[in-house]
Write a protein that binds this ligand. Structure first.
Ligand code: NAD
Length: 437
């Protein structure tokens, strides 16, 4: 099969590389010529485990190529995947669809034979209708079927998720798209019953509902964690007991500094707006967003409190900047809001992230970026764990204790052993834990 992927970001590149890896012939197109040049040379411009070798392997095998010009790739394609960004539109929280619309118009100009246009980007319900109208208006002769196939991969585990999905949601309004979709996913489903065909609108809404539900779970356990702190309960025990109920499940019941990333914040906002636009207010989603916004500020306050109520002129050491481990993505990361709030209170920030330091330099100002977790701790009044990278599990706390001005740790992921740290002389504050008597 000839596949063209428009947009070579996290979703487009992972999809393109994985489809090439299972034998399809894939061209990934992107407007960003520097990105296309880097990718053509086998360099992936962001960190995603396993992706760079997979890209290099498939370029070498002749199944994967990159281009800034979509003319031939679209003309030759059996299927075109649109995987461009849909960030929050400035001002109103809706999804910005300009990139999707531009991609649709560009595809329309070059499409030749019957082609299935698959929207992988997360787009509000009804966008598939707009995409189809745009293509037909731009090129009335275009023989296309527009399909919604939202992507559920998680950054940091993207290849595994793409290769072993728990479901593949496909929204089609025309039966003739179905065999093309089956052929596309045939090597990935490998006989399993993973393809769920729905209407296009249902598929579009499923993606937002899934993300909003997961975000709601996170905000829920964060509120329960606060209640645990005020009542002497331990959120780790509560979450364990909750999650063992198969109707609830343990995932996303892990309290922390609030959700971030390129999806949950923007998708909850866009869904809430869709609710308002369609006379179906989504009060749970609205509350989820408000709880999460408050959460990040509350985490900064927690750090200030442990430092005696004042961080003016004090050095705070931050471990982890990416919105989660195994990625270098800082989009909407809690670290940003927390650091900004601490800086506003006068703190001096030093930070270390195993992958996120370079991208952070364009987002966070006046931060001392360090090369390892010990350098960051030198003369610090407090060490704050924001992102739970595995390597932080093997920190030498005796060494940290000696380096710090005052041995205080705020563990926003409950990663460390409180008893061990307290026995070493640290003041420790976790999330949702009972206060010591
Ligand atoms: P991204 O910003 O990493 O990549 C988008 C790419 O599209 C960029 O490289 C950009 O240059 C390119 N682009 C924009 N307009 C273009 C055009 N007209 N022609 C060619 N290229 C164009 O975005 P992403 O994180 O991969 O997300 C893409 C979509 O997938 C979004 O809708 C997002 O919500 C959704 N999604 C993302 C994830 C995730 O984990 N990142 C997971 C599931 C779904």
């Amino acid at each position: 099969m000839q596949i063209t992927v428009v947009g070579s970001g996290y979703v487009g590149l992972v999809s393109g590389a994985c489809f090439a890896d299972v034998g399809h012939s894939v061209t990934c197109v992107d407007l960003d010529e520097a990105k296309v040049a880097a990718l053509s040379a086998g360099h992936v411009p962001f960190y995603e485990p396993g992706l760079e070798p997979m890209v290099a392997k498939n370029i070498k095998a002749g199944r994967l190529s990159f281009s800034a010009d979509m003319t031939q790739p679209v003309a030759n394609a059996d299927a075109v995947l649109i995987a461009v960004g849909t960030p929050t539109r400035r001002g109103d929280g809706r999804a910005e669809l300009a990139y999707v619309h531009a991609a649709a118009r560009a595809v329309a100009k070059h499409v030749r034979n019957f082609t299935v246009v698959i929207t992988k980007s997360t787009v509000p319900v009804g966008t598939g209708d707009q995409v189809e109208d745009m293509i037909r208006q731009t090129n009335p002769a275009a023989d296309i079927a527009v399909v919604s196939n939202p992507e559920f991969l998680r950054q940091g585990n993207a290849i595994e998720d793409f290769r072993h999905p728990d479901r593949i949601i496909v929204g089609i309004n025309e039966a003739r798209a179905r065999p093309v979709i089956k052929q596309l996913y045939h090597p990935i489903i490998a006989g399993r019953n993973l393809l769920i065909f729905t209407s296009r609108r249902s598929a579009e809404l499923t993606k937002y509902a899934a993300n909003a539900f997961l975000a709601m779970k996170v905000s829920f356990i964060n509120e329960i964690a606060d209640l645990c702190e005020n009542t002497g309960a331990d959120v780790r025990d509560v979450a364990l007991g909750l999650g063992l109920d198969p109707r609830i499940g343990p995932k996303f019941l892990v309290p922390g500094p609030g959700y971030g990333g390129s999806c949950f914040p923007k998708d909850t906002m866009a869904l809430a707006q869709t609710g308002r636009d369609n006379a179906s207010p989504l009060k749970l989603v609205e509350s989820t967003i408000a709880v999460n916004e408050h959460r990040k500020q509350a985490m900064a306050q927690r750090i200030i409190e442990l430092c005696g109520g004042d961080v003016d002129g004090k050095k705070i050491a931050v471990l982890g900047l990416a919105f989660k481990p195994n990625t270098d993505d800082l989009r909407e990361a809690s670290s940003i809001a927390i650091i900004n709030a601490l800086q506003l209170a006068g703190a001096k920030i030093a930070a270390f992230d195993p992958q996120g330091t370079t991208p952070a330099t364009t987002i966070l100002r006046d931060v001392e970026y360090c090369d390892d977790p010990y350098a960051v701790a030198v003369d610090a009044e407090c060490l704050v764990l924001v992102t739970e990278w595995d390597i932080f599990g093997s920190l030498e706390f005796k060494r940290l204790h000696k380096l710090m001005a005052t041995p205080r740790i705020v563990d926003l992921r409950n990663m460390f052993d409180r008893a061990e740290l307290e026995s070493l002389g640290f003041q420790y504050r976790g999330i949702g834990l009972p206060q010591r008597a």
